[in-house]
Ligand binder design. Structure first.
Ligand code: 5GP
Ligand code: MG
Ligand code: MG
Length: 203
């Protein structure tokens, strides 16, 4: 066995108060969402392959686990939309800080998100993709906090809404979701210990 390091090893898990969904629960639910999405994509009339648009960076883990379980021809691209500062609350008007490479005109688009909270980011992104001429826009979000919705999510065409779990009104991290760019690598969803962010004066 390797020698123990001199200083105590700090794990990412050390900042977590409690786990809301374990790694096994996440995997099981992602499998169900993927099956529903795959069935819908397979049922589409013949046309160009759908485009899965991940919202960086939070959708990274969910998208990776999802698309490998959706066995239909599809393109994958990322967009970066920023509306949050480093804190835990939305801060004003979203903006696209890295746009798509793939042309979505005339194609079915599936937006993959980590979490829909107020809906500010997603409603802005949907309008952006609609302007690019997507023929339908679906949303596939790992977590949904409907209690906090302020912006209506208007799907386009025959677009559908898929959601992994309904999330209680806590600030959660893990499985792609960050606090100040940390905790994304946790394989489960957890609630951060309050002392991990209350010292941040921007909240
Ligand atoms: P909205 O624009 O819907 O208010 O917020 C969407 C974005 O805010 C999400 O994509 C995510 O990046 C961030 N967000 C909202 N709620 C949470 C949360 O509980 N935890 C984390 N880590 N990010 C959140
Ligand atoms: Mg996000
Ligand atoms: Mg974030």
């Amino acid at each position: 066995a390797a020698a123990a390091p001199a200083a105590a090893m700090v794990s990412a898990e050390a900042g977590i108060d409690r786990v809301l969904w374990t790694e096994a629960e996440v995997a099981a639910r992602v499998g169900e969402v993927a099956a529903a999405l795959a069935a819908d994509l397979r049922a589409l009339p013949p046309g160009p392959p759908a485009v899965v648009v991940g919202v960086a960076t939070g959708a990274l883990l969910f998208l990776a686990d999802l698309v490998r379980r959706v066995d239909v021809p599809l393109a994958v691209d990322f967009v970066r939309v920023e509306s949050y500062g480093g804190g835990t609350e939305s801060s004003g008007k979203p903006r696209i800080t890295a746009d798509l490479k793939v042309d979505v005109a005339g194609k079915h688009v599936v937006v993959v998100e980590d979490i829909v909270d107020t809906g500010n980011t997603l409603s802005f992104l949907i309008a952006h993709l609609e302007k690019k001429g997507a023929s339908s826009i679906s949303v596939c979000t790992f977590l949904d906090k409907p209690a906090r919705r302020k912006f209506n999510i208007q799907l386009v065409g025959d677009g559908k809404f898929y959601s992994g779990f309904e999330c209680p009104d806590y600030f959660v991290v893990g499985y792609g979701l960050d606090y100040a760019e940390l905790y994304r690598n946790l394989p489960f969803i957890g609630v951060l210990k309050p002392e991990m962010y209350k010292k941040d004066s921007s909240n």
